[in-house]
Design a binder for this molecule. Structure first.
Ligand code: ADP
Ligand code: MG
Length: 239
C-alpha cells in the first residue's frame, strides 16, 4: 500500500509540475509567434526570408499544440457535466473534418440510433475525445477512404452487492478502412508519445483514454492490417 501511495503521490507531483511548466512555456511562445508574425508583414511576398518566418510560426504553433495536449493530459481537473446531445457533437465534428479535408475525397458515414437521449457528460471533453478519434481515422485513410461513425445503446449487467444491476451505456464506434494497426503496436497505442507519424505528438489517444475513464467508461480498439480499424467508446448514459 505504501508503495501505491508513494506512486500516486509522485504522479500527482509530476502532473502539477507538467501543468506549471506548460503555462510557463506558453507565454514566451506567444511572444515568439507574435514577433514572427510582425516580421512576416515587413518582408516581401515570395522572399525566402518570409518563407522561413512562416516556418517559424508554424513550428511555434506545433510546440504550442504539444504543450496544450500535455497540459490536458497532466493537469487534474473537474468535469462540467450537463445533458449533451451526442449526435450534435458527432455531427459537428464531421462537418469540421469535411471542411478540413477538402481536396481529398473521404466519405463520412453516420449511423446514429435516434432513440439515444441526451447524455450526462462534459461536452468539451467529449468533443475532444471524438475529434481525436475522427482525426486519426482521417489521417489513416487514403483518397477515397471511408470513415464511419455509429452509435447505439447497450445494456451492461454488472454484479453489485445487492445483486445484478443493469446500467445503460452508449457505444460509439469510429471506424476507417485504412491500413490498420500491426498487432504488436496495439498495446502501445494509448501510451503517451507513442506515434508512427512524422509530425505526430502521440498524445491524442492518451488524452482519449483519460477522458473516457473520467466518464467511467471504456475504450477499445480492433484492427487488422489491410482491413481497417475500429475504436469503440462506451460511456454510461448518466454518471
Ligand atoms: P498521433 O496521431 O499524434 O500519432 P495518437 O495518440 O492519436 O497520436 O495515435 C497514436 C498512434 O496510433 C498513431 O501514430 C498511429 O500509429 C496509431 N493509430 C491511431 N489511430 C489509428 C487509425 N485509425 N488507423 C491506424 N493507426 C492508428
Ligand atoms: Mg492523433
Amino acid at each position: 500500500l505504501e508503495d501505491a501511495v508513494r506512486h500516486a503521490d509522485r504522479l500527482s507531483t509530476l502532473g502539477t509540475l507538467a501543468a506549471g511548466l506548460a503555462h510557463e512555456i506558453k507565454n514566451p511562445l506567444g511572444g515568439i509567434k507574435g514577433a514572427a508574425q510582425l516580421l512576416d508583414l515587413e518582408l516581401p511576398e515570395g522572399s525566402e526570408l518570409r518563407d522561413n518566418v512562416r516556418i517559424m510560426v508554424k513550428e511555434v504553433e506545433r510546440v504550442n499544440r504539444i504543450v496544450e495536449e500535455l497540459l490536458a493530459l497532466a493537469s487534474p481537473r473537474r468535469l462540467t457535466l450537463a445533458p449533451t446531445n451526442l449526435h450534435k457533437v458527432l455531427g459537428d465534428i464531421v462537418t469540421l473534418q469535411k471542411r478540413a479535408t477538402e481536396g481529398r475525397t473521404i466519405s463520412f458515414q453516420q449511423q446514429f440510433d435516434p432513440s439515444i437521449p441526451p447524455i450526462l457528460v462534459d461536452e468539451a471533453l467529449l468533443t475532444q475525445l471524438f475529434l481525436n478519434l475522427v482525426k486519426n481515422a482521417v489521417e489513416a485513410v487514403d483518397n477515397g477512404g471511408v470513415v464511419r461513425i455509429t452509435s447505439r445503446v447497450i445494456s451492461d449487467y454488472s454484479m453489485t452487492q445487492k445483486g445484478e444491476r443493469r446500467s445503460r451505456l452508449v457505444a460509439v464506434e469510429v471506424s476507417d478502412d485504412g491500413p490498420g494497426i500491426p498487432k504488436e503496436q496495439l498495446e502501445q497505442l494509448f501510451t503517451p508519445f507513442f506515434t508512427t507519424k512524422a509530425k505526430g505528438t502521440g498524445l491524442g489517444l492518451a488524452i482519449c483514454q483519460k477522458i473516457v475513464s473520467e466518464h467511467r467508461g471504456m475504450i477499445k480498439v480492433e484492427s487488422a492490417p489491410g482491413t481497417g480499424t475500429t475504436f469503440t467508446v462506451m460511456v454510461p448514459l448518466i454518471q
